[in-house]
Structure formats: structure tokens, C-alpha cells
Write a protein that binds this ligand. Structure first.
Ligand code: ZN
Length: 469
């Protein structure tokens, strides 16, 4: 009986045991397999980070719609780097940017290997600046600083001009309407600007300068539009010694406006007064600011920027001898809506000269100005205000003196500029200043702020003359 019962239980237990073993084996199998899989994943993940030299990628939104900034940072012992670059919604554009970044990252350790000092630590930094232009354009300026453990950092610049609406990168050729004449004009502006840059003066390598400013499209592809000017970038050591840094040429957009394709042009104010003051209105307050003896590459440009800030118009009485050197500054003065006057060729006392020579001073300057700005000077101011009835009768344009002398040439004090104007202020005044003194450019902002708060409108000399009878 007992044996029988045992025998009866036997197959039941066997069956249960087999079931248990099968279950256990499958559980073990699942665990082992998934462990293997886990291990495999872990290996491939660590392989990935090794090949990227333990770099850290992160992307964040920028202040500009549609633009993100990717940062790629590595703390590698010998070749650490930190690079930042833009990412847009255009994959094609992103790839172009990434090509540049990848190449910079690849070249860097290769260059480091050439360093004889095997313990030297390098450094690669690429910084990004973004400048919006009009509705949907962006200039991306990537400044690369490369240090290979030697004596010097090398600074170079890469730029992208991007249409955020179409996702396209725009090159200088498109910007200048694919027109070789426009390229030639631009090249001349850039060359002249570099040659006249006083900070570069002693550092320039003239042969290289001539080479990089030849009218070739590829010479001008490093550009950005920033506020109201276009910047062209040159690398450190490219055209000047290291002391000069990486030179940048800044040209006013108003200067190159005629060269630009219409999509990129800025709205220009014309010489005509857009809002004429009501004639005979005794309450209208006007003032004509005048600047003599220029143009000057630095001071005149600073004055133009300050005038722009207050939407003020002024008159510049130029010397022919200086227009000959700085025709592009004269063009800029005109392009920004100011009046240009003739101030003789080289500033003599006209009343002590024979009439023939007086007229030569006038005519040679008139011709030089016309050559530079493509139109004639509209008014004349004799140097030192020295004139007489004979001279006034012979000069074919109005001869204009002044009613307030700021004595800026004498005191050279930016704060006294406003003091002298306040002291002598009257309606329909013509104010004498000089755009060759830094102190005048520096003091002008305060003058404009004060006069504007007093309700004055800034007009040109020709606009104020009818009110000065
Ligand atoms: Zn003068």
C-alpha cells in the first residue's frame, strides 16, 4: 500500500521538479542574457566617449528666434578646447558650420604633435557672436583663438551670413549683386581703410595688404553686418605684425549702399529736408552745426555716428587737400544726409591773395569734392572767415560765416564745447566747430543732448540761411 502510494506520488513530483528546473533555467538565461546585453551597451558607450576625447556637448537656446548655440567642451590634458557654434533650423547650413568646427578640432591635436615640447598644453577656443540684421538675417562671427603651447595665441575669424527665412548662407558675391564693378569699389574701400588705419600704420605688411585687398570674391568672405556698418575681418599676422592684433575694417552701410543687392540695402535719408520747418514760424527753433577743416578718418566718422544718434543734420566745410586723401569719408558725410561745403584747398588767408589765386583755391576744391561725391559743394566758407565784397561777388555759391564760435581749436576741451554754445545760444545760430579735433567729437554728444532737450531742430546751413536775414 505504502509502496503503491509512493509509486503514485513519484511521477507527480518528477513532473513538478522538471517544471521547476525549466523555470529556473529560463530565469537564469534571461538574467545572464540581459546582463550580457547590459555589458555590451556599457562597453559601446564608453568606447564612444573615448573617441570623442571626453568632450561634453550641450545646446541651449539663444536670444534670437530659431538660433541655438551648441557648446563642445573638452578637458583633455594636452588639448583642451571649448568651442561654441550656431545651430539653425536648416540642416544644410548646420552641416557647413559643423564642417568648419570639426576641421578646427581635428587640426588642433595634429598641430600640437608638431610641438617639440611633449608636455606643452594647448588651448583652442572658438567664441560665437550673433548679430541680427533687418528682419531675418544673422551674422555669425566665430573667433578662433589657438594656442599651441608656444609663445603666441593666434586669432582668426570665420563668419557666416545667414538668411533665417530660407535657411541659406549668403556670400559676399550675392551681397554685391554678383557685380565685378561693385567688388572693385569695395576692394578699394577696404584697402584704403587699412592703409589709413593709424593703429596699423607701422605694423602693416604692404605686400600682403595689397594681396588680400585685390578685387577677388574670396578675399571678402569674412564679413558681418553689425548695426549700421559692415565689418571685414583679417587674421592675426595675415597683413600686420602680431602687435596689431586681428585687424577689422568697418565701413558704413551708407557708404556701400549703392553696391548692395536691394534686399540688403538700408533706407537712406536724402539731402532734401524731409520735414521742412514752417516758414516764418517765430517759435520754430533751429540751429546749424558746422564742422570745418576735415574730413578726418577717425574724428569725422565719430561725429557722423553721434549726429546719427540724434537724427541731426549738419554741414561739413572741407579742405580740397584732405578730400583728395579721404574721398570715402566725404562720400560717407553725403550719404548720411549732411551738407558739404568748400573751405579752400589748403586754408590760406584769401584776403591776402590775388583774386586769381583765390579762385584757384575755390575751383580746385570744388573739383576735388565733385570728384569724390559726384556732386558739387553747395556753400563756401573762407578760412578764418577772412573775406571781402570782391571775393563774395566772385564765388558762385553762398559764402557762409558763423554766429557762435566754440573756440574748439583753441581749448581742445570736450566739456567747454557745450559751455561756449550755451553762453552764446540764439535762434537760427550757425555754430563753428572743427572735425579734426578729438575733443570736439567727444564733446558733441552732450551738445546735441542739450540742444535737443531745448527743442532745437538741427538743420544744414542752406536750410537755415533763409531765416538769417
Ligand atoms: Zn578752417
Amino acid at each position: 500500500m505504502i509502496q503503491e502510494r509512493r509509486k503514485k506520488r513519484g511521477p507527480m513530483i518528477d513532473f513538478l521538479l522538471i517544471g521547476l528546473i525549466v523555470t529556473l533555467i529560463s530565469i537564469i538565461l534571461v538574467i545572464v542574457l540581459s546582463k550580457d546585453h547590459f555589458k555590451f551597451q556599457k562597453i559601446s558607450a564608453s568606447k564612444d566617449t573615448n573617441s570623442e576625447a571626453t568632450s561634453n556637448l550641450s545646446t541651449e537656446n539663444s536670444a534670437f528666434p530659431g538660433i541655438r548655440i551648441t557648446s563642445d567642451v573638452s578637458k583633455d590634458k594636452r588639448t583642451p578646447f571649448a568651442v561654441h557654434y550656431p545651430q539653425t533650423e536648416s540642416e544644410v547650413f548646420n552641416d557647413v558650420v559643423l564642417q568648419y568646427i570639426t576641421k578646427a578640432k581635428e587640426d588642433y591635436p595634429l598641430s600640437m604633435k608638431k610641438n617639440k615640447d611633449k608636455k606643452a598644453t594647448g588651448e583652442l577656443t572658438i567664441n560665437l557672436e550673433t548679430f541680427p540684421y533687418q528682419d531675418h538675417y544673422y551674422s555669425f562671427v566665430l573667433t578662433k583663438m589657438l594656442y599651441l603651447g608656444g609663445a603666441n595665441h593666434v586669432v582668426s575669424t570665420k563668419t557666416f551670413f545667414f538668411n533665417n527665412e530660407t535657411g541659406e548662407a549668403i556670400n559676399i558675391q550675392t551681397l554685391l549683386q554678383n557685380d565685378n564693378n561693385n567688388l572693385t569699389t569695395l576692394a578699394a574701400y577696404v584697402r584704403k581703410d587699412l592703409q589709413q588705419n593709424l593703429e596699423l600704420k607701422d605694423q602693416l605688411n604692404n605686400d600682403e595688404l595689397l594681396k588680400v585687398t585685390e578685387p577677388k570674391w574670396e578675399n571678402f568672405n569674412r564679413f558681418a553686418i553689425i548695426d549700421d556698418s559692415i565689418h571685414f575681418y583679417f587674421d592675426e599676422y595675415e597683413i600686420a605684425s602680431g602687435a596689431a592684433g586681428a585687424p577689422i575694417v568697418k565701413l558704413a552701410l551708407s557708404l556701400i549702399n549703392p553696391l548692395l543687392a536691394s534686399d540688403f540695402q538700408i533706407a537712406m535719408e536724402t539731402m532734401e529736408p524731409t520735414k521742412p520747418v514752417s516758414p516764418g514760424d517765430p517759435n520754430a527753433k533751429r540751429i546749424a552745426l558746422t564742422f570745418d577743416d576735415g574730413p578726418h578718418p577717425k574724428v569725422t566718422e565719430q561725429i557722423l555716428n553721434t549726429l546719427d544718434k540724434y537724427h541731426a543734420k549738419a554741414t561739413f566745410f572741407m579742405l580740397g587737400s584732405r578730400v583728395k586723401h579721404y574721398p570715402n569719408i566725404a562720400r560717407d558725410v553725403l550719404a548720411r544726409g549732411h551738407e558739404i561745403g568748400n573751405h579752400s584747398w589748403n586754408h590760406p588767408v584769401l584776403t591776402k591773395m590775388p583774386m586769381e589765386q583765390v579762385l584757384k583755391e575755390y575751383t580746385s576744391t570744388a573739383n576735388e569734392i565733385e570728384l569724390a561725391i559726384n556732386q558739387g559743394a553747395t556753400v563756401f566758407r573762407p578760412p578764418y572767415g577772412a573775406t571781402n565784397d570782391d571775393i563774395n561777388a566772385k564765388i558762385p555759391v553762398p559764402v557762409v560765416l558763423w554766429s557762435i564760435d566754440t573756440l574748439d581749436w583753441k581749448h581742445r576741451n570736450s566739456q567747454l564745447l557745450l559751455t561756449y554754445i550755451k553762453k552764446n545760444m540764439h535762434n537760427n545760430a550757425i555754430v563753428l566747430m572743427h572735425d579734426i579735433h578729438q575733443s570736439t567729437a567727444d564733446g558733441l554728444d552732450a551738445v546735441l543732448a542739450y540742444l535737443q532737450s531745448e527743442g532745437y531742430e538741427f538743420v544744414t546751413v542752406s536750410e537755415i540761411l533763409p531765416y538769417r536775414e
